[in-house]
Design a protein around this ligand. Structure first.
Ligand SMILES: C[S@@+](CC[C@H](N)C(=O)[O-])C[C@H]1O[C@@H](n2cnc3c(N)ncnc32)[C@H](O)[C@@H]1O
Length: 327
């Protein structure tokens, strides 16, 4: 006799149902409605303009998953939904769920084709989808950005360059914690435009320069003594990463530091679990990305004129690997 059960198969296989229920609850504003106070199905239906019969399916699924609590006939947000999905706190993960619902979920329908062919299956993104993507990445990485700003000693630096810096979540967190630091965000034109909108008319506007271009082919802004590369390496092949690290080395002074933030895995690429799963997403979107191990990164750094220094945990599965220029 064996104790082996198929439970884990059923649990993992039904994961897509849990995800989609959560995405839809977010889309229809279930958690925002409940942030106003506990509600009956009748009240939820009126507030969300969803038929009572179907809002019940959604609300009960959220209770089953632990995001919503039910007492008698009233539903209320549980602590996780109240903190991250109600829109009432700065820790707002609603854009992250919107991104995965609108872009990742449909894209993952093509995982089999992407795995079989080894190619990207995501087509051109409209401006609207680029915005949903950037806001989603920003929400997902906000805690990591805050951790970088407080974990790494930026006191030794004067000018920080964030390559592929998205809408500025890392740079803005760093600047908020370090007065007097100057910063440059380098991005593709579409995302650079979103970053400009985010920075304009804020107290940090004077401290940040936004430069648009392609970091593989355009000149990189010079004269920066720290370079952030956050969640960029996982988008590219080893050959492209090596070329990028070499380009950065050629553009920085000898005292510069390179700060590589990513879901660095163990040598087997199977831990952290989140990184092993996300590798499928990197493949779908870029056709060449993957989750990489600390050992792989150390090898590329060595080949490109850098020397890896420390690895520091940030938030959740994300960590920082620092490097200095090789002497
Ligand atoms: C996964 S996002 C990470 C954004 C940000 N660093 C973060 O962690 O929140 C990768 C970013 O790299 C930018 N990017 C990709 N290829 C690029 C290139 N060749 N030149 C400039 N930016 C690029 C993308 O526009 C995107 O915003």
């Amino acid at each position: 006799m064996t104790n082996v059960t198929p439970d884990s198969i059923f649990q993992v296989a039904s994961g897509f149902m849990a995800s989609k229920h959560l995405f839809v609850a977010n889309e229809v504003g279930l958690f925002e409605s409940l942030a106003e106070g506990p509600k009956t199905l009748d009240e939820l239906s009126a507030r969300t303009s969803i038929p009572e019969r179907t809002i019940r399916i959604l609300a009960d699924a959220m209770v089953a998953l632990g995001f919503v609590e039910r007492q008698d006939d009233r539903y209320r947000n549980g602590p996780v939904a109240a903190t991250f999905l109600s829109g009432r706190t700065p820790a707002d993960l609603r854009p992250f769920l919107r991104w995965w619902n609108h872009m990742s979920y449909p894209a993952w329908m093509q995982l089999e084709a992407s795995i079989r062919m080894g190619e990207a299956v995501v087509g051109h993104w409209s401006e609207e989808l680029s915005r949903i993507f950037s806001e989603g990445v920003e929400a997902l990485t906000a805690e990591t950005a805050e951790a970088l700003a407080t974990t790494y000693d930026f006191g030794r630096h004067a000018r920080v360059l964030d390559l592929g810096g998205g809408t500025g979540s890392f740079l803005l967190a760093v600047l908020r914690h370090h007065d007097g630091l100057k910063a440059t965000l380098f991005e593709s034109p579409t995302v650079a435009a979103l970053a400009r909108k985010r920075v304009v008319n804020t107290p940090l506007e004077e401290s940040v320069q936004i430069v648009e271009g392609d970091f593989f082919t355009d000149p990189l802004p010079g004269d920066h003594d720290a370079v952030i590369l956050a969640n960029v390496v996982h988008m590219f092949s080893p050959a492209h990463n090596l070329a990028l690290l070499q380009r950065i080395r050629e553009h920085v002074p000898d005292e510069a530091r390179l700060l590589l933030v990513d879901f660095w895995t163990d040598p087997t690429h199977t831990q952290p679990t989140f990184a092993a799963l996300l590798a499928g997403g990197f493949q779908i979107v870029t056709g060449e990305g993957a989750a990489y191990s600390e050992e792989e990164l150390r090898g590329w750094l060595q080949e490109s004129g850098w020397q890896a220094m420390k690895r520091l945990p940030l938030a959740g599965p994300a960590s920082l690997i620092t490097a200095k220029t090789a002497s």
